[in-house]
Design a protein around this ligand. Structure first.
Ligand code: B12
Length: 591
């Protein structure tokens, strides 16, 4: 297929009128104004954008911390104490990314009874404002604001609380709220929120974390630059806003990490929000994680020293892969990073910037080609590419993988994952495919044959956006010839049960990270009962949950509870393989 038809992308008879959505956002701007917060007062600036520009001109690096514990009290304490303690050590933190809870993505009146994640829940506008008065650190409401069904009401609360950096356009493209199928309502709320921000007299940065969006799934890094250009076209050109990009979780190679930053410098008209820590290279060994922290902070520091883009640097605490980091752990990472900045003065002299810039130019050239092909392709499909609502929704519905396959700048090659040879490889997905071979080799040739003979069919799904566990698992299962029934990403329990039943799955495998495993499995078990299904269910990922009565607000492990519910808990794919051998040899599960 060369491209989709409009009917395939928009099967509905009519879509909301763009003019009405924009008008509603603009009209709201006559009453919803940027409120005061400790940061704006302290620095006497109109917006974080103004502040960032001043800092860049003065040659000062900026630092970003990520906070958002379940309880407001603890989050307020974190807001204050991190600032104070970093200050006592002689350093400064400039901005906080507030990690709202998943459930905050539902409009307030629809939030009751919806799954909760592990983040901060704010009940009303006052809660937002209480947080931002605690210390002169710029409040950035990045997650579960724009791009969710609650985009408009959360944006209103964030603006009133003095936030002038609001996101997250990346999430819009890739995140789905459980039990929420109305992507038209989500898009409409997002367009209104964008119009509200664009109509403010101050410059509001519309943050987009590329890794929350498509960057995490592209196999070609140049497509991520293409995503930047497409978002600039939608937010800046069509909506009159100021998009501000974040990247970093999955950018593991220091050379391309630095080249990406310099490419952004050339193509961005607004300062960047933050460079996220390279979280995907953290493991469970703290000492090793400090090396990882240093390895990605250095290119980020050198980038800001040589070609400042205004991004806050985000040293992610070394406990990230183990649990949600606590206050002290955030402070530790900042002290480490600040000391590294002091030690980095001579590093730029050691870097071959010619090579870095060659790569940056390739990123820009191929990224520009991708943007052009996407827009031309969508136009051929009958999408009005001057209409931001249609563009947002069509891109979201097509998704990263298909976009790369159809419009990627790399040459066609059927042996590649996305049927194109990446111009510059984005390592994550490709590394997972390679890891899969090692895991498959865990089984002997005879064991693989025993499994193959059984013609097992696995129904595989995730409960949330985290997809790498599923990518890895599917790649392993394919190698040992287990059939895959794809029940999708961010899937609801009723959908998994139906797909497993309709396709006569032999077992179900769920990958879950957002602290909702217990609730998901409970519902899945009930759905199974409706179909009289009794299948083995494997579950892996991050198996924890926040207990609302627990004062720490941190999640607790639920492995035992899951085991008690009759599912097979796996901490690795190898554990699933071991069970498959047992099943092939006749073991039975009660389901
Ligand atoms: C990459 C990542 C992301 C990426 C995901 C990209 C993508 N499209 O997949 C992005 C940036 C989008 C992301 C977003 C978020 N993330 Co995140 N993310 C991670 C990270 C860094 C890695 C997880 C991962 O994919 N690992 C790769 C897999 C292959 O390896 P693994 O996890 O070790 O899994 C092994 C086994 O468990 C097994 N496995 C996994 N699943 C399954 C399933 C079965 C059946 C089997 C048999 C085996 C198996 O396979 C692996 C090999 O052995 C972790 C932190 C960390 N380092 O672990 C946080 C983490 C999972 N994220 C977290 C959070 C909070 C979020 C957000 C809610 C943050 C926010 N406020 O926006 C959002 C999610 C929003 C949503 N709508 O769901 C938290 C979860 C907190 C918790 N439960 O305690 C973590 C732990 C970070 C933290 N410490 O706070 N995230």
């Amino acid at each position: 297929m060369s491209h989709y038809s409009r009917q395939e992308i928009f099967p509905e008879d009519a879509l909301p009128y763009l003019d009405e959505l924009i008008e509603e956002g603009r009209e709201l701007a006559t009453t919803v104004k940027v409120g005061q917060c400790s940061f704006l007062r302290h620095y006497n600036v109109e917006s974080e954008c103004d502040y960032k520009i001043k800092q860049m001109q003065a040659g000062r690096l900026m630092m970003h911390g990520q906070i958002g514990f379940r309880k407001l009290d603890k989050s307020r304490r974190a807001y204050r104490e991190i600032y104070e303690q970093i200050g006592e050590a002689g350093y400064l933190i400039n901005r906080y990314g507030i990690c709202l809870d998943w459930s905050m993505g539902y409009p307030r009146d629809a939030r009751e009874g919806m799954p909760k994640g592990t983040g901060l829940i704010l009940n009303d506008d006052l809660d937002f404002a209480l947080l931002t008065q605690e210390a002169p650190v710029a409040p950035h409401f990045g997650d579960f604001v724009m791009g969710t069904p609650a985009a408009l009401e959360n944006t209103i609360a964030a603006l009133k609380a003095g936030s002038t950096a609001i996101g997250n356009v990346g999430q819009y493209f890739n995140f789905r709220m459980p039990h929420w199928n109305d992507d038209i309502a989500t898009t409409a709320a997002t367009v209104k929120a964008l119009a509200l921000c664009a109509a403010q007299p101050q410059d509001i940065l519309i943050h987009s974390n590329l890794d929350d969006g498509f960057a995490a799934l592209f196999t070609d890094l140049t497509c991520s630059v293409g995503a930047v250009l497409i978002e600039q076209y939608i937010v800046d050109e069509l909506m009159g806003g100021r998009v501000s990009h974040c990247y970093g979780h999955t950018y593991s190679d220091p050379l391309t990490r630095l080249a990406f930053q310099r490419a952004l410098k050339k193509i961005s008209r607004s300062p960047g929000s933050m460079i996220y820590g390279n979280t995907t290279i953290y493991g469970t060994n703290i000492a090793e994680n400090y090396a990882a922290l240093g390895s990605y902070m250095l290119p980020d520091i050198v980038g800001q020293m040589t070609e400042p883009t205004g991004h806050g640097l985000n040293p992610v605490p070394v406990t990230e892969a183990i649990r949600i980091p606590d206050i002290e752990e955030i402070i530790d990472a900042h002290l480490y990073a600040n000391r590294l900045i002091e030690r980095a003065e001579y590093y730029p002299n050691m870097i071959d910037f010619e090579q870095v810039d060659l790569l940056a130019d390739t990123l820009i050239n191929a990224g520009t080609k991708f943007k052009k092909s996407v827009l031309e392709g969508l136009e051929k499909s009958g999408i009005n590419i001057k209409n931001p609502f249609e563009l947002l929704l069509s891109i979201r519905r097509i998704g990263a993988k298909k976009l790369e396959e159809l419009y990627g700048p790399g040459n066609k090659n059927l042996n590649e994952i996305r049927k194109r040879k990446p111009v510059i490889k984005a390592t994550t997905v490709i590394e997972l495919e390679q890891q899969a071979q090692k895991i498959a080799n865990y089984l002997s040739a005879e064991e693989q044959e025993v499994i193959r003979d059984k013609k097992f069919k696995a129904c595989v799904a995730t409960t949330d956006v985290h997809e790498y566990g599923k990518v890895l698992l599917e790649a392993v299962l394919k190698k040992i010839k287990v059939g895959i029934i794809d029940a999708g990403v961010s899937t609801d329990p009723d959908v998994v049960a139906k797909i497993a039943n309709d396709n006569q799955a032999t077992f179900v495998a769920i990958s879950t990270y957002n602290g909702v495993a217990l609730e998901f499995i409970e519902k899945l078990t009930k759905e199974f009962a409706l179909y009289n299904l009794s299948l083995p269910v494997f579950v892996g990922g991050k198996l924890n949950q926040v207990d609302d009565d627990d004062a720490s607000g941190l999640p607790k492990d639920v492995t035992k509870e899951l085991g008690d519910m009759g599912v097979i808990v796996c901490h690795s794919v190898e554990e699933l393989l071991r069970e498959l051998i047992r099943m092939a040899q006749g073991a039975r599960y009660a389901g």
